[in-house]
Design a protein around this ligand. Structure first.
Ligand SMILES: FC(F)c1nnc(N2CCN(c3ncnc4sc(CC(F)(F)F)cc34)CC2)s1
Length: 492
């Protein structure tokens, strides 16, 4: 049983970040498994002190010489821990569940204990992910409920119940071989919660939300990594707490060095973002961390995670390394095409919408404006970049194919033609669409006639593009429609 031991208490009061690191280090190093409730209450208490009600701008606060890092007293943490233990042990009569491994009924009961304590207020605010928030405000977000259920399971000594994480949802695994699954929290807005139900493979099969059966399955140390990753240093929409960010970063490096991020791509992405903001001397650069996340996704999750590519793509975009950013976005699309889009996949839809309708158009605008920068300008003459944009869109089309819900609408097409038409026509003719660049005869090699028709159309398009020369259309959307109109005339 976990419990709040004397060896834990000796760390208190915590007076600075190094004392917090020491507590986490000893908890992770053992000999007992890390106490999730103790660590979550502690981290949540610090986050609350560093990010809530800090209306005074930091400068004035510094002028007041008020110490920023909060002192975390033993009494505070002990009281909250006791409250959690009393709630959980008081609500679950373990004599009803005597088998060595947990049952679905027990998991549902533990979920009900957390669930029934929640206030009805809105749940997508920040700082609602820790047990500190749960015990002092009866508020938890979607992740927080799942984490709370796992922390409660640990208090009950149910060490087969663990956290399972996708890129936008959380649930638990349990049972003899840890492969039983159960919903324990809600997802998104306006969706009935499915708590107690298993994540049937049929559902997980093709939806991004369940990562096609490739979620991150946590052990206790990875659950600590999830708690640290879920910490939120933001004070408001424009300001972050430097101290909270630095603490989160140091804790992630501690977990990294112990190997507890090695199966958790998103935590590596979080670490890469923190390193971009404030590089740690002697540590690898952000790109290397993002690359590691991609390698983990390739090696352990059958390349079914999208975020490793959008973490790296976003970073490269911010560094104005546009060619490489577009490559990452094509790789992200190469992942999503393996799924069918369902209505609960809104988060990743918004991610691709932003890339297609804001980031890529911004790139082609940026490079066509500052023509003096040769490196940037030749993006519009680079067949690889053009091909990557086509691959990006092709993946989204494949994602839509076979889905219950459509993905693309005319808004996408407007941005698509804007982006594609900024490319030099000769470049567009160069990419390898599986047809010869120079031969304009459409002599096929035994392919059937609709291929001929297709080839004929494509070679006609190429001819048209060459004849019309660089596309100087006043209104970008005309370019594609001109080609389509001419093709239609051909067919008549
Ligand atoms: F790819 C970039 F655009 C991203 N930037 N931030 C991203 N985040 C931020 C952090 N984040 C996460 N970071 C660590 N662990 C988890 S577990 C999870 C799903 C749920 F919240 F449990 F339901 C989300 C998540 C979600 C994805 S993706």
């Amino acid at each position: 049983m976990a419990g709040f031991r004397d060896c834990d208490k000796k760390h208190f009061p915590l007076t600075d970040s190094s004392s917090v690191i020491k507590l986490f280090r000893e908890q992770i190093e053992g000999p007992n498994e890390p106490n999730l409730a103790l660590l979550s209450i502690t981290l949540g208490c610090i986050e609350n002190a560093l990010t809530m009600n800090r209306a005074i701008p930091a400068a004035e606060e510094a002028a007041l010489l008020r110490p920023i890092f909060p002192v975390v007293d033993l009494e505070t943490v002990e009281a909250l821990y006791a409250k959690f233990e009393t709630l959980v042990r008081g609500s679950v009569d373990l004599t009803h569940y005597d088998s060595k491994f947990s049952s679905r009924e027990l998991v549902k009961k533990i979920s009900d204990v957390v669930w029934s304590s929640l206030s009805r207020s809105f749940k997508d605010k920040a700082h609602l992910q820790s047990l500190y928030s749960f015990l002092t405000g009866n508020k938890l977000d979607c992740f927080g409920v799942a984490f709370g259920v796992v922390a409660a399971s640990q208090v009950l000594g149910r060490n087969d119940i663990h956290l399972a994480l996708s890129e936008d949802h959380a649930w638990v695994v349990f049972g003899e071989d840890g492969t039983d699954t159960a919903e324990v929290t809600w997802h998104g807005k306006g969706n009935e919660d499915k708590r107690g139900q298993s994540i049937a493979l049929s559902v997980a099969e093709k939806s991004w939300l369940y990562l096609n059966g490739q979620p991150v399955i946590c052990d206790r140390a990875t659950e600590v990594a999830a708690m640290v990753s879920a910490a939120n240093p933001s004070i408001n929409l424009t300001m972050d707490s430097i101290e909270m960010g630095a603490l989160q970063q140091e804790l992630l490096w501690l977990l990294y060095d112990k190997g507890h991020l090695s199966r958790y791509p998103m935590s590596l992405g979080n670490l890469g973002d923190l390193e971009e903001i404030s590089p740690t001397p002697g540590r690898p650069p952000p790109l290397q961390i993002f690359q590691e996340a991609i390698t983990v996704a390739l090696n352990h999750y059958n390349n079914h995670h999208v975020y490793p590519y959008t973490y790296m793509g976003g970073y490269l975009y911010r560094k104005r390394r546009y060619k490489e950013a577009i490559k990452c976005w094509a790789e992200a699309s190469n992942v999503i095409r393996k799924f069918n889009y369902t209505r609960e996949d809104e988060e990743i839809y918004k991610e691709f919408l932003e890339i297609a309708n804001e980031l890529i158009p911004n790139v082609v605008k940026a490079v066509s404006l500052n023509t003096n920068d040769r490196a940037q300008m030749n993006i519009l003459y680079n067949p690889d970049v053009y091909a990557d944009i086509l691959r990006f869109y092709d993946g989204i089309c494949e994602w839509e194919e076979g889905s219950s819900t459509p993905v693309l609408h005319v808004g996408w097409a407007q941005h698509l033609t804007f982006s594609l038409n900024k490319f030099d026509p000769r470049t567009r003719a160069k990419i390898d669409l599986g047809r010869d660049e120079d031969s304009d005869d459409d002599s096929d090699n035994g392919s059937n006639d609709e291929n001929d028709n297709e080839n004929m159309k494509l070679s006609k398009e190429k001819e048209l593009v060459e004849k019309s020369g660089p596309l100087k259309h006043k209104d970008p959307k005309d370019a594609l429609s001109v080609v389509v109109e001419d093709l239609k005339k051909e067919e008549l």
